[in-house]
Design a protein around this ligand. Structure first.
Ligand code: ATP
Length: 221
């Protein structure tokens, strides 16, 4: 295998915030990934529909990662009809990448629901799972996933480079108690959301009037 591991950071990104961006950058460096693909979903299968359109969420991501080496936007889920199943995304990336190690990066809150995902048992066959700590919503491993974690726990970060898929690596990242839900609530209440997300993303939200924000937002803040 020549290429280093490829990271896949899926999400709704409604909107993207520093909790996504800082952790993506840290995991990329800690694991030694050449590339981290940020993959916004079009229709999340397991939760309420996003507030912002897929185009706006992708645009905010593009703005958020601008100038950050190694983070790239991957829009394949936006181009697919129907619910955005991660197993389909991983299969299409696997087809393109041959036996390169693929690492699905997800917070522990998302990992705790993995057993509810479409064809979830295929996922560890397609990629490694890198599970980040998340202070907003820490979750114990549910019984349905204990076998996966116990039998496939990675010895260390380097072991992810030695095979294409199949390992689970818990990883400690800087604790950032930021969530998109909290940002949407702040914006809806006309409260100041600065310093939770990139200023350029906040400006985009303001220009487009997303999340019920009014044009006079921030003028007194
Ligand atoms: P919402 O509040 O709308 O549920 P969110 O902030 O959790 O959104 P998502 O787009 O759903 O954002 O998250 C994408 C991925 O990023 C998930 O795997 C999630 O666990 C992870 N993630 C989001 N915020 C953080 C954070 N602050 N620290 C670590 N991981 C995070």
């Amino acid at each position: 295998m020549t290429a280093g591991p490829l990271g896949i950071f899926g999400g709704v990104f409604d909107p993207v915030h520093f909790g996504h961006l800082r952790t993506a950058l840290e995991v990329r460096e800690l694991v030694g990934m050449d590339d981290m693909r940020m993959v916004p979903c079009r229709i999340p299968p397991h939760r309420d529909a996003p507030i912002a359109s897929p185009q706006d969420r992708a645009a905010m991501l593009r703005i958020g990662i601008r100038g950050c080496e190694g983070l790239h936007l991957d829009e394949r889920e936006l181009q697919r009809e129907g619910p955005s199943y991660m197993v389909d995304t991983l299969s299409s990336i696997r087809e393109e990448e041959g036996d390169r190690p693929l690492c699905l990066v997800l917070g522990e809150d998302s990992f705790a629901g993995l057993y509810l995902w479409h064809h979830w048992q295929q996922i560890p066959k397609l990629c490694h799972l890198v599970v980040m700590t998340r202070p907003v919503d820490p979750r114990p491993t549910p019984p349905e996933l204990r076998g996966l974690v116990e039998e496939h726990l990675a010895e260390d970060r380097a072991s992810l480079c030695e095979r294409p898929a199949g390992l689970v690596l818990p990883i400690k990242v800087t604790a950032l108690g930021i969530s998109a839900t909290r940002i949407r609530v702040l914006l809806h209440r006309e409260s100041d959301a600065r310093y939770l997300l990139p200023e350029a993303v906040l400006n985009y939200i303001l220009e487009k009037g997303l999340y019920g924000i009014k044009s006079e937002y921030g003028q007194t803040g």
